[in-house]
Design a protein around this ligand. Structure first.
Ligand code: AP5
Length: 215
């Protein structure tokens, strides 16, 4: 099972990718998480990426394609993967097609949601800096002491989740990433889901659509 999760920031891609990856026993490959790990470790890539991410812009295509190329050769990708937050530009989509000889993906799950809900969700998001567990001030608040119940790490707001940066990320999404909806629709790969429902309802809709691929 090879899936791409495509959608604007905060539409729930990461939340759903974790559950679906567990169900099908395939890795969740999130370029945002890979970059945030590099930032935390203070690598050369991390230092370069932090400035770009804090501005709400995209890291250059070639850097991302190199990361993905190396990650997809790891043994846990043999039975498939979920690409979460990649590709994000036409150049990345074409690069992925080249890398996999035009056979990179069984389906692209497109998370559709109104913009107002997106801003509310992203600005309300809190994450554990150690294990990445996600919370939300509106419907799933973190403990009052901001200590992660799963690993004991600190729970924080991502630097790029401040409203001004979220709005910038949405502009970048419309300009650079939204054209991928047409790209994958034309290739007969797009499965659209209503991402505005509750977490369980969204997961069920994805599972139902993914099962049709196996039928
Ligand atoms: P990245 O980390 O990929 O961010 P994103 O795509 O902007 O996605 P998010 O993590 O913001 O949202 P999500 O859809 O995963 O939502 P989540 O499940 O957390 O990228 C960050 C940056 O890295 C980019 O800006 C860029 O600079 C760089 N980058 C990454 N990949 C790149 C690439 N390929 N090329 C170039 N640059 C790249 O949910 C959001 C919130 O809503 C959470 O609080 C959650 O608890 C809550 N929630 C989720 N589902 C529901 C629901 N159904 N109901 C209610 N609340 C919900």
């Amino acid at each position: 099972m090879r899936l791409i999760f495509l959608g604007a920031p905060g539409t729930g891609k990461g939340t759903q990718a974790g559950a679906i990856a567990d169900k099908y026993n395939i890795p969740q490959i999130a370029t945002g998480d890979i970059l945030r790990r590099a930032v935390k470790e203070g690598t050369e890539l991390g230092q370069k990426a932090k400035v770009i991410m804090d501005r709400g812009e995209l890291v250059p295509d070639q850097i991302i394609l190199d990361l993905i190329k190396s990650r997809l050769t790891e043994p846990d990708c043999e039975n498939g993967y979920i690409l979460d937050g990649f590709p994000r530009t036409l150049e990345q989509a074409e690069g992925l097609d080249q890398l996999m000889d035009g056979d990179a993906v069984d389906a692209v799950i497109y998370f559709e949601m109104p913009q107002d809900t997106i801003i509310e969700r992203v600005t309300g998001r809190r994450v554990c800096v150690s294990c990445g567990k996600t919370f939300n001030m509106i419907n799933n608040p973190p403990p009052e002491d901001n200590v992660c119940p799963r690993c004991g790490g600190d729970i924080i707001q991502r630097d790029d989740d401040k409203e001004e940066t979220v709005r910038k990320r949405l502009v970048v999404y419309e300009e650079k990433t939204a054209p991928l909806v047409t790209y994958y629709r034309e290739r007969g790969r797009l499965l659209t889901i209503d991402a505005s429902g509750a977490v369980d309802a969204v997961r069920k809709e994805i599972e139902t659509k993914v099962e049709t691929l196996n039928a």
